[in-house]
Design a protein around this ligand. Structure first.
Ligand code: F6P
Length: 342
């Protein structure tokens, strides 16, 4: 078969491991021809293709980013976009497309079925907010980086008797904040799923002071918001999927904490460091398993499905049960983390 592969949305460590697995399995087991589509759905709109042979994917397993590039292009926001995709895919002879992406990219894969594009999805996002799968690849790496940042902030916070705030990504969910906060021993973890009360946050810090701990570590997810308030927005610019850029809640918190505790407070916004660079061993293995499963799904003719991790098994779930259904944090895990607050 002639199969296209694309990566869309924000990059996540492990995309190249998926592409490598797709190419190796496709060529070696099925005699497929694999065509790389550049920059997500934009490549299909603009005929930006690159053939992928075994050598093209040699050495890419540990590399971050995407050898195909990525974009947040939404063909449904372009005049005649879906029709253009069908025309270009037809001319290129693509019989199926493997779309590696988060909710935005996969929602396009899902809707393109109405135009008869045969798609299989691979769940990718550092945010881990996709339904149908326990984990997306990229998340484990982001958590490892955020945990290392916390470990480093710990010693400087203690040396200076400061409050250190680490702001992490995650959009409207707190998966990264919660897992990194647990692993890094944060004294308070603030997530979008649990709007915070600034007085309560200050009380945790004061509680630590009373027992002689004059420093505190706080992890805040970029989408966390005060009770009754709204998320803090870094830029009002809206992307083609309708998203604004979140960010800045750490600075808001720092001001409030200094006001109510009098303790010097510093902020670190981890930003794209969480997304760049080499994937962890866990993400390399998960991404590889997803890539193999995706090409197998194509050959089973299971279009409109996404490969997923459930327990320790790779399964497939219908895209219709995934798109638009944000997976929020497990509150049982949050309650475990809460034991260590203050
Ligand atoms: O979805 C992944 C993600 O990294 C989010 O956590 C974050 O809000 C967003 O992408 C940032 O996007 P950009 O790379 O466009 O700044």
């Amino acid at each position: 078969m002639k199969i296209g592969v694309l990566s869309g949305g924000g990059d996540a460590p492990g995309i190249n491991a998926v592409i490598r697995a797709v190419v190796r399995r496709g060529i070696q087991s099925y005699n497929d021809e694999i065509i790389g589509i550049r920059d997500g759905w934009r490549g299909l709109l603009e005929n930006a293709f690159t053939p992928l042979n075994l050598n093209a994917v040699s050495g890419i397993l540990p590399r971050g980013g995407s050898i195909l590039g990525t974009s947040r292009t939404n063909p449904f926001k372009r005049e005649g976009g879906p029709e253009q995709i069908m025309e270009n895919a037809g001319k290129a002879g693509l019989e199926a497309v493997i779309a590696i992406g988060g909710d935005d990219t996969l929602s396009v894969a899902y809707k393109m079925a109405d135009y008869r594009l045969k798609c299989v999805g691979v769940p990718k996002t550092i945010d881990n907010d996709l339904s149908g799968t326990d984990y997306t690849f990229g998340f484990n790496t982001a958590v490892a980086i955020a945990t290392e940042a916390l470990d480093r902030l710990h010693s400087t916070a203690e040396a200076h008797n400061r409050v250190m705030i680490l702001e992490v990504m995650g959009r409207y969910t707190g998966h990264i904040a919660l897992e990194a906060g647990l692993a890094g021993g944060a004294d308070v973890i603030l997530i979008p799923e649990k709007p915070f009360d600034i007085e309560e946050v200050c009380e945790y810090i004061r509680r630590r002071q009373k027992r002689g701990r004059n420093f505190s570590l706080i992890v805040v997810a970029e989408g966390a918001k005060p009770k009754g308030g709204k998320e803090i927005v870094y830029s009002e610019r809206i992307d083609e999927f309708g998203h604004i850029s979140l960010g800045g809640v750490g600075y808001y918190l720092a001001k409030e904490i200094e006001k109510c505790t009098g303790i010097e407070t510093r902020v670190v916004v981890l930003g794209h460091i969480q997304r760049g660079g080499s994937p962890t061993a866990y993400d390399r293995i998960l991404a590889t398993r997803f890539g193999i499963a995706a090409i197998d799904l194509v050959h089973e003719g299971k279009f409109g499905y996404m490969v997923a991790l459930q327990g320790n098994k790779i399964v497939s779930v219908p895209l219709k049960d995934v798109v638009g259904k944000r997976k929020t944090v497990d509150l049982e895990l949050y309650n475990i983390a809460k034991v260590f607050f203050g």
